[in-house]
Design a protein around this ligand. Structure first.
Ligand code: CA2
Length: 137
């Protein structure tokens, strides 16, 4: 089973700044433990700060992988192009967020991913990714 974890802009800074919102674990540390725990799953990871690179990755895996766990970061709230890309692929996408975006600023309540996603998981810290993975399994 091939599952992609896809992270958008600024998520490479996790664990380094804003620990009160996003915690103090880096994504690479988290990914290492997740990969060990789910060693029999073909788990892959890609992060980009560039909108077009995220779209290219969706196109690249979106007809052959079984699932995409996608934290599009701030592009969640702004990117019609990413929403369209998700609509255009076959692989189901689960939208995840570390923070509870609905308990934050109003502009974070808008999502261009959610209408095209299989589901949305927000507010469970890095565990949001694991919950999404479990749902695919
Ligand atoms: O809660 C989430 O997972 C978000 O997708 C994170 C995005 C934010 O724009 C979304 O509204 C919610 C921001 C990611 C930036 O992460 C940082 C981590 C450390 C330091 C600075 C930014």
């Amino acid at each position: 089973m091939k599952i992609l974890i896809l992270n958008g802009p600024n998520l490479n800074l996790l664990g380094k700044r804003e620990p009160s919102i996003y915690g103090n674990v880096t994504f690479n540390e988290f990914l290492e433990s997740l990969t060990k725990k789910y060693a029999d799953v073909g788990l892959e990871y890609f992060q980009s700060n560039v909108e077009g690179e995220l779209i290219n990755k969706l196109h690249e895996v979106g007809f052959s992988y079984q699932g995409i766990i996608f934290n599009a970061g701030a592009y969640t709230h702004t990117s019609v192009a990413i929403g369209d890309a998700i609509k255009g692929i076959e692989t189901p996408v689960i939208e995840v967020h570390i923070s509870n975006v609905y308990a934050r600023e109003k502009f974070r309540h808008q999502s261009y991913i959610a209408p095209n996603a299989k589901g949305v998981i927000a507010g469970f810290g890095l565990q949001s990714y694991e919950l999404a993975l479990e749902s695919f399994l």
